[in-house]
Design a protein around this ligand. Structure first.
Ligand SMILES: [Zn+2]
Length: 72
């Protein structure tokens, strides 16, 4: 396997698309976990799970040159 984009021939490294979603999901988990650790109902745990699923789907590596999915 040779590194690089097989669509346009870009030879550098791929970049993460929608990486901010993963950060946001991690931050959103802090709220229900904090409530849970205090013995309260974990508010926002449903949006946190939804955002985690969304991030898992949307965050992927793409070619910074042609923006297509990164599959060397
Ligand atoms: Zn490319």
């Amino acid at each position: 396997m040779s590194p690089g984009c097989r669509h346009c021939g870009y030879a550098g490294r791929p970049r993460w698309a929608n990486g901010h979603l993963a950060v946001l999901a991690a931050l959103l988990w802090l709220v229900p976990l904090a409530f849970l650790s205090q013995g309260f109902y974990p508010f926002l745990i449903v949006p946190a799970m939804a955002l985690t699923v969304w991030a898992a789907v949307a965050v992927r590596r793409v070619c910074p040159s042609c923006r297509r999915p990164w599959r060397p």
